[in-house]
Every structure is written in C-alpha cells, then in structure tokens.
Design a protein around this ligand. Structure first.
Ligand SMILES: [Fe+2]
Length: 201
C-alpha cells in the first residue's frame, strides 16, 4: 500500500522558513537591480525571430529587417503583458488563500513573499515593455487609444457589431496581417497591433 504523500506539518514549516531565507538572498528588485537608463539597442530582435508569429510567412518576407526586429520586440512585450495578467491572478489566489491564516507561521510569510516576488516580476515585465516601446495596454489605455484613433471613431465602430460580438471586436485583429485595416506588414509592429492583443482583452 502506498504511503501518504502529505508532508508533516513541521516539515512544511521548515521548508517555508528555508524558502524565506532563500528569497531574501535571491530576489531582485527591478527598481534598483536593472539599469533602465541604458538606451535600447534596436539592432537586436526582441526574441528569436523563429518564434515570431509571422516567421516563415510571406508577410515576414515582405518586411524589412528593421520591421522584423520591431515586430519581435512588440511581440515579446505583448507576451510580458500577458504574463503580468497571470501574475496578478496568481497573487490574488494566494492572497485569498492566506487571508485568515496565522501571520506568525513561516508558511504565511512565505506566501506573502511569493506575492511580493510576483509583484516584482510584474514591475519588471511592465518596465521592460515600456523600454521595448510597447504601447499602453489595459482597459483604460485601450479606451483612450480608441478615442484618439480615426479608426476608432463612433462611425468606425458600429455599436451594433460591438454589442453583438464584443469579444470578436477586441481580438479580431492581431495587427500582424489578419486582413483588418491597418494590419499590413508595414503596420504590424505598430502600437495598435500590440494593444489589441493585450491581456486586458
Ligand atoms: Fe513570476
């Protein structure tokens, strides 16, 4: 008969205490541990070009090398923005789990440390995205960018279509050649393209 895989309470306690010590040594603070003032070298791709959504397509072939690099930078910033979304989901789950637990327990303190780590990751992702030239994302940013866009004027966004298919409206254009206005390769690395794929959608 298989033995139980549930660890004794005191063992979990020790693990949490050890993780707390480890975190104190290994956690990075994005506000002080990264030199954000160093100019971005745009001679590099943001990620391996082979990982780009357009790599190997006719659109990719049509793009200049500078456009490809810009696209990969925008894509990795978009991925980071999605990462922030998941980090926040994790943080609120851990917070809810710990809400009424014993604050003197190292397991409780480790949970808060984990939340803080995820928060630092998110700040890192956010600052990286800004450094990569990603446009603002999220609901508020999307609203303001729509308001300032000629494509987003009320006449360009029929109310009936939005109300009948809001999900399609917000995600129908990847900005990278899906056939919607402004999605040609030349505009693929644009601000509009990435914001449409933000985690806020
Ligand atoms: Fe994380």
């Amino acid at each position: 008969m298989a033995s139980s895989t549930v660890r004794p309470d005191n063992e979990d306690h020790d693990v949490a205490a050890r993780l707390l010590l480890s975190s104190a040594k290994l956690s990075y603070d994005p506000a002080v541990d990264v030199d954000w003032d160093t100019p971005l070298d745009k001679d590099f791709h943001g990620q391996c070009p082979e990982w780009s959504t357009l790599y190997g397509t006719a659109y990719w072939d049509e793009m200049t090398e500078a456009q490809r690099k810009e696209l990969t930078r925008q894509e990795v910033a978009s991925i980071a923005s999605t990462g922030i979304w998941f980090e926040m989901i994790l943080q609120q789950m851990v917070l809810r789990d710990m809400y009424a637990k014993d604050p003197t327990d190292p397991r409780f303190q480790w949970a808060l440390t984990e939340i803080a780590d995820e928060c630092r990751h998110s700040i890192m992702f956010g600052r990286s995205s800004a450094k990569l030239g990603a446009p603002p994302t999220g609901r508020a940013a999307r609203s303001s960018s729509w308001a300032g866009s000629s494509r987003a004027s009320p006449s360009a966004r029929p109310r009936t279509r939005r109300s009948s298919s809001p999900r399609r409206s917000s995600t129908s254009c990847s900005g990278t050649g899906c056939g919607t206005p402004g999605s040609s390769p030349s505009s693929a690395p644009s601000a509009t393209s990435t914001s449409s794929r933000s985690p806020g959608t």
